[in-house]
Ligand binder design. Sequence first.
Ligand SMILES: [Zn+2]
Length: 293
Amino acid sequence: MTANVDSAPKEAVDLKALLAGATKLASYEGMGLTSKQMVKVELYRAPAGSGITFYLEGPAGFLEIPANASSVVNTMRNVVLGSGKTRLCIVEHFLCAASLWGLDDLFVIVDGAEMPLADGSAQLWIDLFQKSGIERRQVPCDITLPHLIEVSKGDRSILAIPDEKFSVTYLMDWKHPKIGQRWQSWNANQDITEICEARTFGMLKDHQMLGLVDDVVSLTEDDFTMPLRHPDEPVRHKLLDLIGDLALVGVNPLRIKARFISIKAGHELDVEMSKKLSLLLATAAAPGLATGV
Ligand SMILES: [Zn+2]
C-alpha cells in the first residue's frame, strides 16, 4: 500500500483565469458512492501536451492535482490522488475511459472527494463523451520502450516488454469457485467496450461495510450477487484498472509500444510501474526512448 501521507500542498489556482477561453467539453453529476454525496465533474479541453489535471476545492481555494504517479497518496482500495490534505478517490475508471477515447489533455473540475462510481465500470464516461459529442481520437502508438521493466511484490508482478504496439494481459488467480485462474488480453485494435463495460467487484462483506451492496457486483462465498456481463468480467475489470493506472505515467498509455503482463497485480504495483515509466519519460534522452512528437 502506498503510504497515506499528506503531499506538499500547492498554491491555490485561479480557476476563473485558468478556464477563461477554455472549451467546456462535458459535465456530469453523479453519486459518490462512498461519500453518498452528489459529485459534479466538468471537463474542459486543456492545451495540447499538458496532460490531464484535476482541480478540487481545498481550504484555500482550488488545488491542482496532476494525473500522474507522483500525485498518488493511497492505493489500498482504489487510486487516491492528493495535494496537501485534499483528496480525490477512484480516479482509475475515468482515466481508463479518457485514455481509450484519446482524451489526453483535460482540465477536470471536481466538486467532491471522489469520482462518481456509477455501476463500477468505465462505461459512464464513454457514454458521457459520446453524448457530449466529443470525437474519439485515434491514439498514435509512438513511444518506444528501451528495455524491459518489471515491478514485483511476492508472487505478484507486472512486466512491460518492448513490443510493436500497446497491449495488456492480466492473469487472475482467486480461490473462489466462480473465478479461479483466468487470463485475458486486450490491444488497441479491439473494441473498447470489451474493457469499458467491465464492472468492479469485491467481497460482499467489504461492500456491505461501504454501503455498496445494491450498486456493484459482489462475491458471496460461492457466487456473484448479480449476473455478469461476460463470464470473465472480473479479469476484464482488472485490465480496465491497469490501463487507468498506467495513465498516471502522465501520457496516454496507449502510446507506449509495450506488452504489459500483469500477474495478480493491483493498484499498488500498477502505480509503481507508472512511476518507473514516468521516470524514463522524464529522461527522454535515455538511449532508445523515442517519442514521436
Ligand atoms: Zn476498478
